[in-house]
Design a protein around this ligand. Structure first.
Ligand code: ZN
Ligand code: ZN
Length: 372
C-alpha cells in the first residue's frame, strides 16, 4: 500500500523544506521511543518519511512515482526492533545504502544515538565566539539607580599583530594538504538508517583550509588569544539580585571573522543597612516612641529618593504599614517606580527618668487595665 509521507509528517504537499524539517523535528521529539509519549513504530515511520521528503531529489521522485520508488530502502522494512536498531547505529554497523545529510539532523541524532553534543559537521567558515559569564557584586543604591562600571576581564580577542589570520606579517599562507583547502574531512558511518556521510573539521588546519607557513609570533598562529581587557558594563536602574544582563558582543572573539560572543553578567546586590527590597518595593522599619504612636506625629523618613515627611495617625499600632507611593525602585523597562513601605516599630523604653516613671505610674492608675 502506498504511504503518504506528507500525511505522516503532517505537512501539505506544497510545504517548503524548512516546514518539512520543522515538522519532522517536532514529531521526532514527541515520538522518540525513549520518551513517555514515544512510539517506536511511529518514530520509524516519520524517519522514513523525512528521508524522502527532506531530500529535494527524492521528494521529486516520490511525487512522481510514490513510495514504490524507494521500496527496500531505509529501515522501514528491515524487521528489526528498536533496540537492535539503536545498538547497530551506535556501533556503526549495518547499512541500507541511503545517504543522509547528517548535519541537518545533528540534534535529533545525538539524542537518539548518544553521539554526544558538539559533534557538528560543517564547521569551517566563520564561527561565533564563545559567550562568557561573570558575577558582579553591586551596591544596593547602584542597583536601584543604575551605574556604569569598568571591569577587567580575560577574554579571547583578535590578534592585533596578524589581524587574525595567524600568519606572521609578510609571510606566506598556503593551502592545507590534508583537506586540500576545503577545511573539512569526510567521514563515513554506516547505520541501519543508511550510510551517513559526515563532514568534520580538518584537524590539521582546524577548518581554515589554509595554513600559515610561519605562525604569528604573538598568537602562535591561532589568530586570537586571551588577554585582560577593560570592558564597560552598564547596569540598568532597577536591576535586582540574581538577575543577569547580557552584553552582546562583549564575549570572546569569533574565529575566521565570526561574530563576537556575548558577555553575561550575573548580578549580586549587596545588602543595605537601612533599606530592604522586595522586587521594586523598598521597605524600612521606622522607630517611634510610645507617645508618638499613641498621640500621632509627623516623622521624617529616609527613602532612596531623599527625605519624606510621613504623618503617623494617633493610635498607630506596632507593625502598621504606611505606603509612600512611587518612592521605591525604578522599573528596569519602564518609567514607573515601585513604592516605599514604612513599618511602624514602636520602641518601649527600658530606662526611665524619675519623672517619666511617675508619669507612667499616673497613667497606669488613671486607666488601670480598662483600655485593653
Ligand atoms: Zn597573531
Ligand atoms: Zn585542512
Amino acid at each position: 500500500m502506498a504511504k503518504d509521507y506528507y500525511e505522516i509528517l503532517g505537512v501539505s504537499k506544497t510545504a517548503t523544506q524548512d516546514e518539512i524539517k520543522k515538522s519532522f523535528r517536532k514529531q521526532a521529539h514527541v515520538h522518540h521511543p525513549d520518551k513517555k509519549s514515544g512510539n517506536e513504530a511511529k518514530f520509524k515511520e516519520i524517519n522514513e518519511a523525512y528521508q524522502i521528503l527532506g531530500d529535494e531529489q527524492k521528494r521529486k521522485q516520490y511525487d512522481q512515482h510514490g513510495d514504490a520508488a524507494f521500496s527496500g530502502q531505509g529501515f522501514g522494512g528491515t524487521g528489526m526492533n528498536w533496540n537492535d536498531f539503536v545498538r547497530q547505529a551506535q556501533q556503526g554497523q549495518g547499512g541500507g545504502g541511503v545517504t543522509m545529510d547528517f548535519g541537518d539532523l545533528g540534534d535529533i541524532f545525538s539524542e537518539v544515538f548518544g553521539f554526544g553534543g558538539g559533534r557538528r559537521s560543517r564547521q569551517s567558515g566563520p564561527r561565533r565566539g564563545d559567550d562568557m559569564e561573570i558575577e558582579m557584586s553591586v551596591d544596593f543604591l547602584d542597583a536601584v539607580f543604575g551605574v556604569e562600571r569598568d571591569i577587567r576581564l580575560n577574554r579571547v580577542a583578535t590578534c592585533e599583530h596578524c589581524k587574525g589570520n595567524g600568519a606572521e606579517p609578510g609571510t606566506k599562507i598556503s593551502s592545507c594538504d590534508r583537506c586540500k583547502g576545503s577545511g573539512q574531512v569526510m567521514q563515513t558511518r554506516s547505520t541501519m538508517l543508511g550510510t551517513f556521510q559526515s563532514a568534520s573539521v580538518c584537524p590539521e588546519c582546524r577548518g581554515e583550509g589554509k595554513r600559515a607557513e610561519t605562525p604569528c609570533k604573538q598568537c602562535n598562529g591561532a589568530g586570537a588569544y586571551e588577554r585582560p581587557e577593560e570592558v564597560k558594563v552598564k547596569i540598568p536602574a532597577g536591576i535586582d539580585n540574581g538577575q543577569t544582563i547580557r552584553l552582546s558582543g562583549l564575549g570572546n572573539a569569533g574565529e575566521r571573522g565570526g561574530e563576537q560572543g556575548d558577555l553575561y553578567v550575573h548580578i549580586r546586590v549587596k545588602n543595605h543597612k537601612q533599606f530592604e527590597r522586595e522586587g521594586y518595593t523598598i521597605i524600612t522599619h521606622e522607630p517611634m516612641s510610645v507617645s508618638q504612636a499613641v498621640l500621632g506625629d509627623t516623622i521624617e523618613v529616609e527613602t532612596v529618593h531623599g527625605k519624606v515627611n510621613l504623618k503617623i495617625p494617633a493610635g498607630t499600632q506596632p507593625g502598621t504599614q504606611f505606603k509612600l507611593g512611587t518612592k521605591g525602585v525604578p522599573h528596569v523597562q519602564s518609567s514607573s517606580k515601585g513604592d516605599h513601605i514604612v513599618i511602624a516599630e514602636v520602641r518601649i523604653p527600658s530606662k526611665l527618668s524619675r519623672t517619666e516613671k511617675k508619669l507612667y505610674e499616673d497613667l497606669r492608675d488613671e486607666k488601670g487595665k480598662s483600655w485593653l
